[in-house]
Write a protein that binds this ligand. Sequence first.
Ligand SMILES: C[S@@+](CC[C@H](N)C(=O)[O-])C[C@H]1O[C@@H](n2cnc3c(N)ncnc32)[C@H](O)[C@@H]1O
Length: 187
Amino acid sequence: MPELSRIEKWFVNKRGEGYFEKLLFRMKESGVVKVGNNSRILELGAGNGALSSLLYEKFHPLSITLTDFDQDQVATARKRLEDKFGGVPDVITVERADATNLRYQNNTFDLVVAHLILHHLGKLENIFTGLGEIHRVLVPDGAFIYVEFAHKQEIRRHLGELGFNISYRKGFHRETVIATKSSSLGA
Ligand SMILES: C[S@@+](CC[C@H](N)C(=O)[O-])C[C@H]1O[C@@H](n2cnc3c(N)ncnc32)[C@H](O)[C@@H]1O
């Protein structure tokens, strides 16, 4: 699992909330994702936490679990929330998590978000393990939103094999996909 280089970290960490407005627009445009104050959200590979911060401000969800594998990024995200909100809001948990080995129980989240992280999981086998974990922790009818530029076909094919429906797809080089977990297949 390759670590981010210093230059990659610099790029990732200069993203602000505004950078992710387009993703929120895509979510709205899709008509598939209904995020409300009952939603439990998991963000994987959250980087500096700007996306979770935006999701918190826009949707006031029941909970957000903001995670990253890199301990420095977890600390950066926590500091961002503290600076912005005067402390980490009660509904947000900030912690280290490996997307290929999640400690959460089956059917825990209504929405899982992974912005440009799947290719960071390394070889395809690891990406598939991560997708299996995402499927497991999502509730039936829950949504997985990701943005990715690598292994796009293979990822979509595997999502289908896991029992996801690809409900929305936009973009060419870098695609945004919303996959919903079929309600007829339990985790
Ligand atoms: C390109 S950055 C994207 C960060 C953020 N999502 C964004 O778009 O600004 C990829 C992130 O994935 C994280 N990552 C790498 N391997 C991971 C893993 N196995 N589990 C969870 N996160 C991982 C990295 O630490 C990094 O923060």
